[in-house]
Write a protein that binds this ligand. Structure first.
Ligand code: COA
Ligand code: AMP
Length: 640
């Protein structure tokens, strides 16, 4: 089959195309209505269908004869554990944990907040929620208490599931103090907090901590009775995943059950060329959308074995870690962020480690989460001598918007490009006024409505924000927030965000949120946070701050470290704010708008045109000197 034919079919006959894909699933009640509008006027897929996503991922796979096959291989270099869990065992553990939730009176539609490291209990917890129709909201283990608290107050979970600790390289991070602080900060009260005690760290469980009961995971499981899958509507939420927007308040992206299962099932073959029995490895974290879709749901929905890796690309124990996992578990496709490969490249550019391993099972490497710079793309392709596929994603869609569809037709990939639109996504590039731009001209990337299955129908508790953030600017289109261009052959080049969102090591953060935190420091009069280029992490944040009059030099000296600590405490170490520049003024327009984009262009050594409305053009030269003196961004490796 040709990609062109498949893609055109998805646009010409949307309902026919997705109805046919939906037939591959074992629905409890197959949908008759393929596309309809909900009460908000938003397009919904398969509205009258009923199913259960955990049933499709586990019970149905067992019915198909895959009970003894590994569903999950838990590979944890940080604890020295390798454990294979079959579909049957995983189903039994999920059914039992669903019984734990049931006994805690969690039922269909209730929210469950999950704060767990990369251990099998994270997968069990997510699937147990899906089994009883509860809505999980996984929070990445690197987030600090305040981030968790804001998610508690928005999602209002009835229970929190956590573990005694996470492990980062060789550092044990106790989780309970973070969770207890989050519960104390939140207004919504939590009755029960279930804690999985890991061997590496035994938490002191208290009968009552900050209003919530600490319950021991293992003892609850030992008393539980397994429960069966409930039938849910295709449009019922499967999960809420919070992601960064342009302000401090995270956006609760809602994922439904039916469209998600159909799209992910389709993607496993069409994009990744995976069949039942293949081994798929998304080297990400269950706290991010890639982890939801391609560590947990996608591979299991098609009967693949999924690798759950609790380690890093480097230093666990070395830069050969990824290749060791590929050989040991006969991985057929690997998916990670460019940052992970840049980290390997930094330590082992010549691939000395790789030579110790047999990568013959590996068919391709997929990259997403941030733009793959051409040099990393070329390096990786030459190193592994397999196709390297950069594909473009968002939490909002839950799967890839542009890719080379290796299960349909492997098309040539171009370095720096996320290739061609995935069936169901009709893309256009427009200027600020919404005028279509010609090939090779950079502008906003829009997707024509209706969005295909799996795409979010709303933001949790905030349909108004959904409309204002995504739909109102260009009626009839979804505003992706990414900028880029399409070349004359239709290849998409995603060049970066057009809003205040930045990508640090493939993780999405809001510079607006960082500004709010920095500005809350008593000595700061004004500030701007921008994302600048970084060779390893893609982007890193830099805060430029103006100190209030009257603050003495001794105090000023401590401000940078205080701001760094503040952001670590409020967002988490993953925000990676390490550069603070104390400045006398910030370049602004005459109406007082800080020129953040120009500042980023200066830091990245790009050409820029100062707006005619600039208040003090000299300010830009001063900023450039500052970046040069501090050897930041472009000037880390260039003198001028
Ligand atoms: N829990 C707690 N803390 C965490 C964490 C977690 N899950 N993940 C990261 N952190 C902490 C780190 O310990 C570090 O803390 P420090 O500043 O005290 O050292 C900080 O957050 C920054 O982390 P990171 O940017 O990840 O740096 P690193 O040096 O720990 O690791 C890489 C560098 C490149 C190895 C790592 O970023 C990586 O593996 N990136 C790939 C990202 C990825 O897979 N993204 C998936 C999207 S598809
Ligand atoms: P997240 O929602 O965390 O998955 O982050 C989504 C954002 O990551 C997108 O809006 C892009 O800015 C960026 N992104 C993801 N994949 C790519 C890619 N292949 N190329 C360029 N940017 C990407």
């Amino acid at each position: 089959m040709s990609y062109k034919k498949e893609y055109q079919h998805s646009l010409d006959d949307k309902t026919g195309f997705w109805a046919a894909k939906a037939e591959s699933l074992a629905w409890f009640k197959p949908p008759q209505t393929i596309l309809s509008k909900d009460d908000n006027g938003i397009d919904r897929w398969f509205a009258d269908g009923e199913l259960n996503t955990a049933y499709l991922a586990l019970d149905h796979q067992i019915e198909e004869g895959r009970g003894n096959q590994a569903a999950i291989i838990y590979d944890s270099p940080v604890t020295g554990t390798i454990e294979s869990i079959s579909f049957s065992t995983l189903r039994d553990q999920v059914a039992l944990f669903a019984g734990v939730l049931d006994a805690l009176q969690v039922s269909k539609g209730d929210r469950v907040l999950i704060y767990l490291p990369m251990i099998p209990q994270a997968v069990i917890a997510m699937l147990a929620c899906a089994r009883i129709g509860a809505i999980h909201s996984v929070v990445f283990g690197g987030f600090a208490a305040q981030e968790i608290a804001s998610r508690i107050d928005d999602a209002k979970p009835s229970v929190i599931l956590t573990a005694s600790c996470g492990i980062e390289f060789d550092t044990i991070i106790p989780y309970l103090p973070i969770i207890d602080e989050a519960i104390a900060l939140a207004e919504h009260s939590i009755k029960n907090c279930v804690v999985y005690q890991r061997k590496q760290y035994d938490s002191q469980l208290q009968t009552s901590a900050n209003k919530a009961l600490h319950l021991d995971w293992q003892s609850l499981v030992s008393q539980a009775t397994p429960v069966d899958c409930v039938s849910v509507k295709a449009t019922d939420p499967l999960y809420i995943l919070y992601t960064s927007g342009t302000t401090g308040k995270p956006k609760g992206v809602v994922r439904d059950n039916g469209g998600h299962a159909v799209a992910l099932h389709y993607s496993m073959k069409a994009i990744y060329n995976m069949e039942a029995g293949d081994v798929f490895w998304a080297a990400s974290d269950v706290g991010w959308v890639v982890g939801h879709s391609y560590i947990v749901y996608g591979p299991l929905l098609v009967g693949c074995t999924s690798i759950l890796y609790e380690g890093k690309p480097i230093r666990t124990p070395d830069a050969g870690a990824f290749w060791r996992v590929c050989e040991q578990h006969k991985v057929n496709a690997i998916f990670s962020a460019p940052t992970a490969f840049r980290a390997i490249k930094k330590e082992d550019a010549e691939g000395k480690f790789l030579r110790h391993y047999d990568l013959s099972s590996l068919k391709a490497a997929f990259l997403a989460g941030e733009r793959t710079d051409p040099s990393t793309f070329d390096w990786l392709k030459a190193l592994i001598n397999k196709p390297v596929i950069d594909h473009w994603w968002q939490t909002e869609t839950g799967w890839s918007i542009a890719a080379s569809m290796t299960g349909i037709e492997t098309l040539e990939c171009k370095a720096g490009s996320a290739s061609l639109p995935v069936p169901g996504f009709e893309l256009s590039i427009v200027d600020d006024q919404g005028q279509l731009l010609a090939a090779n001209h950079q502008g906003h990337i829009l997707i024509k409505l209706p969005l295909p299955p799996s795409s979010f129908p709303t933001l949790w508790n905030d349909f108004k924000r959904y409309q204002t953030s995504y739909l109102n600017d260009f009626p009839g289109f979804y505003l992706t927030g990414d900028g880029g261009y399409i070349d004359e052959q239709g290849y998409l080049f995603v060049m970066g965000r057009t809003d205040d969102v930045i990508n640090i090591a493939g993780h999405r953060f809001s510079t607006g949120e960082m500004e709010e935190i920095v500005a809350s420091h008593h000595a700061i009069a004004e500030c701007a946070v921008i994302g600048i280029h970084d060779q390893l992490r893609g982007q890193i944040p830099v805060a430029m701050v103006i100190v209030k009059d009257g603050v003495d030099d001794k105090e000023i000296h401590h401000i940078p470290s205080q701001l760094i600590t503040l952001v670590r405490e409020k967002i988490g170490a993953v925000a990676h704010l390490k550069n603070i520049l104390i400045v006398k003024s910030l370049p602004k327009t005459r109406s007082g708008k800080i020129l953040r984009k120009v500042l980023r262009q200066i830091a990245d050594g790009e050409n820029f045109t100062p707006p005619s409305t600039i208040d003090d053009p000299k300010a830009l030269a001063e900023m450039k000197k500052l970046f040069m003196d501090q050897k930041l961004g472009y000037y880390k490796n260039h003198d001028s």
